[in-house]
Design a protein around this ligand. Sequence first.
Ligand code: FAD
Length: 462
Amino acid sequence: MGGTAVESLREALRGEVIGPEDPGYDEARAIYNAMIDRRPAAVARCADTTDVRTAVRYARESGMDFTVRGGGHSGGGLCVTDGSLMIDLSGVRWVRVDPEARTALVGGGSLLGDLDHEAHGFGLATPAGIMSTTGVGGLTLGGGHGHLTRAYGLTVDNLLAADVVLADGSVVTTSAEEHPDLFWALRGGGGNFGVVTSFTYALHPVDTVGLAVTLWEPEHIGAVLRWYREFLPAAPEDLNGFFAVLAVPPGPPFPEEIHGRKMCGVVWCSTGATDEESLARTFTPVSDPAPPAFHFATPVPYPALQSLFDELIPKGLQWYWRGDFFDRITDEAIDVHCTFLENLPTDLSTMHLYPVDAAAHRPDPADTAWAYRDAVWSGVIGGISPEASEAGTVRTWAVDYWEALHPQSMGGAYVNFLGADESQDRVRATYRGHYDRLADVKRTYDPDNVFHHNQNIAPAGS
Ligand code: FAD
């Protein structure tokens, strides 16, 4: 994309167009995962839906490949490639809450923190991820799970409508009533169908929540997982708790003597127990498997929980991740977790099991593209380091861990947890019996597969 091409796009857009010669180029092309270092032809920082339509049409008419960037959090760097136009939605970042209807209209480039902040002003929230810096775009289109999932389902279960710029630059509103096939596909099918410039979500009364963190010494991991696999699925829907293997972060609320120590733990969120007394009652059972090395429970405003990990894992670290869904935690899986906790390669590397049961099991499996309504956990193994020199080490640990654990899984992963270099078979395993229907919708809305920098679904018949 030469200087003249950058110029003509610049004239056509309301937002900025940043080319390789411009001072902001390195900042504009950088994404959350520093392992991805790519040089797009230009970054079209769209200001609104019209800019997105113009950028899509421009790319198509000039035969240019393009990517779509929401919050820039995809592990595999799906939003940026060498030599393509990056259609960047970071200028489409706004939220409007309707407290009467309990809905939020959210710009397609907004971050979870934008949504949480604005909704919290009205004592409301909707389920999304566990970091305020993640984009609503990629997270929602993949499905979306987090601290409120057991209480209120996946993010897509709370999606009411979306405005989508299609492959020909036209724009449609989709909902259960309008373009229902597209609406079905957007709820889990990833960025395959168009650029979503706004999402409408249902909100729920969530204000103060009970946050708790329980850690146990590594030698108790077997007992803890055997307890957790029974306790969590039987727990009331207002209690969420994701299991983790980790090294204890070096800061409050953790006492100094355990900083950096390898442990296993659960990060809890209760929408039911929100005062000291009910929190103490709710978490009495955490001593059942073994005495915790650390337990902390406190009421917090929901956005405080949502930004808990922001400082611990800021933008600019090296990441490699892989995932799988689980409907049970087998004894064999427990042995694998035990081994890879012992071999944790860096203090930031981790494995999480996020619950996707309870309210997330309620929708009919045929109603959304999300294809694992029978899964109880969505697992992710993240090899993470601040040092580029450790990129290979964390990748090897994550891949070895995944290969050892995969036989104990349901066979497919949450689409947003697929590794950067996984095969097309893995995308099919994500969508199981829904793949062919997704391919039909893809043929209708994007027959030329112009939206292909994603976990790609090929148009049927192609
Ligand atoms: P981007 O990299 O900007 O985009 C990723 C993909 O989505 C691209 O293919 C892009 O084309 C497409 N896309 C993005 N926005 C749009 C849009 N508006 N319209 C069309 N296509 C779009 N996931 C969870 O469910 N729960 C979690 O708790 C969670 N925690 C995470 C924590 C961290 C630290 C990280 C790095 C990721 C986490 N994820 C979680 C995974 C997250 O959902 C994915 O990485 C997701 O892709 C991020 O979306 P994004 O918009 O920031 O990504």
